[in-house]
Design a protein around this ligand. Structure first.
Ligand SMILES: Cc1cc2nc3c(=O)[nH]c(=O)nc-3n(C[C@H](O)[C@H](O)[C@H](O)COP(=O)(O)OP(=O)(O)OC[C@H]3O[C@@H](n4cnc5c(N)ncnc54)[C@H](O)[C@@H]3O)c2cc1C
Length: 381
């Protein structure tokens, strides 16, 4: 960890990295090839204490984000199961944090213990086939039912953990014409009649994360399923996105750090033209750029931790972090392949799947174009 990080976070990072090295690296090439989500590893992460960190300490209203970021970086440093770590992130930022911030006492008591001890997996369902970046154009409706509650109808897609989740935060509109003001968030248990899920999609990267579709047909939920207030789902969504954009790439910092270390070792050892390739400036400068990107990316993510721990808004800074870190992660992952040569291109080697995992980061939690739009908007443009 860098010198700016306090002792407590250095310790959290080391403990998480040790745990991940020992417990999360079982047959990653095989599980990546076959696209297998590992529920047992999820449970181990919960037992390690990761998920309960999203629940604020006694007397606090928010979780300590800097600590969570340090742990996530440690997990990413110790393990290459980025699909699992990505799914855990989605669960933390878009299910647990919204429950902590907007849940009623009853909702929190009902769901937070299971979400923290690994028995319940959470998912966030906002994207639809015709509403991706333009999320508030969603067509999934919430129609008040005569005897109370709501009927949900519509389709959500590209939902992380949908095929394996137990609890979904589903966004639907009470009034399509009202845009963001019609959106309402609902806590929906996966076995609710009228909710169907697809099997896991086959995808390019993050293959150990289970992504799928959710179909809602006359899916009745009680009034007590509303998270936050009716018509105020955009508040829930925006605050979840602020946490997610700012923190979801913390685990990737761990990967970027390993990439730098491995690149240095390889450039010292691999000989071409009678000398180590690290003696060629084209190679050593490429690795120097990887190091610069890593340090800049880490500072941007840690800034989110500091801001949120001080109770400050981080909308702008979260978009800056998401944009910079995802682009840096892809570039460094591509450089890691280049440095290994053909070996890095083989599917069995980490460089190849790290690059495929990294590409997803340009899309989830808002694409890079959307982060540019948010930054411009926050600057008053
Ligand atoms: C790995 C992964 C996990 C995901 N997990 C979830 C999840 O758990 N829950 C969930 O709800 N969704 C999830 N998504 C979906 C994700 O939120 C969407 O993919 C994302 O919002 C983009 O929407 P889209 O794919 O429909 O692309 P589109 O919105 O169709 O965008 C296509 C292209 O147009 C560009 N574009 C669109 N609008 C603008 C604009 N105004 N200005 C500039 N450029 C623009 C985009 O940047 C992109 O390049 C996930 C996606 C991925 C890849």
């Amino acid at each position: 960890m860098p010198s700016g990080t306090d002792e407590r976070q250095r310790e959290l990072f080391e403990r998480a990295a040790d745990f991940a090295r020992e417990s999360l690296n079982d047959d990653i090439p095989g599980r990546n090839r076959d696209g297998v989500f590992d529920r047992a590893a999820w449970k181990l992460c919960a037992e390690f204490g990761l998920l309960k960190m999203a629940i604020p300490d006694e007397g606090e209203s928010m979780p300590r984000l800097s600590d969570l970021i340090a742990v996530m970086e440690g997990l990413g440093y110790g393990s290459d199961d980025q699909g699992l770590l990505f799914s855990l992130n989605a669960h933390l930022w878009t299910t647990m944090v919204p429950l902590v911030l907007y849940g009623t006492q009853e909702q929190r008591e009902r769901y937070l213990p299971g979400l923290a001890d690994g028995t319940l997996i959470g998912a966030n369902a906002s994207t639809e086939p015709e509403a991706g970046s333009d999320v508030y154009a969603m067509k999934t409706t919430a129609r008040p039912a005569d005897g109370g509650g709501y009927f949900l109808d519509g389709t959500k897609t590209y939902i992380t953990s949908a095929p394996v989740a137990d609890l979904l935060v589903i966004y639907a509109t009470l009034d399509e014409k009202a845009g963001p003001l019609g959106i309402t968030a609902f806590l929906v248990e996966a076995d609710t009649p009228g909710l169907e899920r697809s099997p896991a999609f086959d995808k390019m990267g993050l293959r150990t994360a289970a992504m799928g579709r959710v179909d809602l047909r006359q899916c009745w939920v009680p009034d007590s399923a509303v998270l936050g207030r009716p018509g105020r789902g955009s508040w829930v969504f925006e605050s979840a996105m602020e946490y997610e954009r700012g923190s979801i790439l913390a685990a990737c910092l761990g990967v970027m750090r390993r990439q730098v270390e491995k690149a240095v070792q390889h450039a010292r050892r691999r000989q071409q033209f009678g000398e180590p390739i690290g003696k060629f400036q084209a190679v050593s400068h490429r690795i120097a750029e990887m190091k610069v990107r890593l340090d800049a990316a880490r500072a941007l993510v840690q800034r989110i931790g500091v801001l949120k721990d001080e109770g400050k808004d981080a909308t702008l800074e979260a978009a800056v972090a998401k944009l910079y870190v995802s682009e840096a992660y892809v570039q460094s992952s591509l450089d890691a392949v280049r440095l290994q040569g053909a070996k890095g291109y083989l599917s069995a080697n980490a460089e190849s799947w790290q690059l495929r995992d990294a590409v997803g980061s340009l899309l989830y939690s808002g694409t890079s174009d959307i982060q540019h739009n948010i930054i411009a908007r926050e600057l008053g443009l």
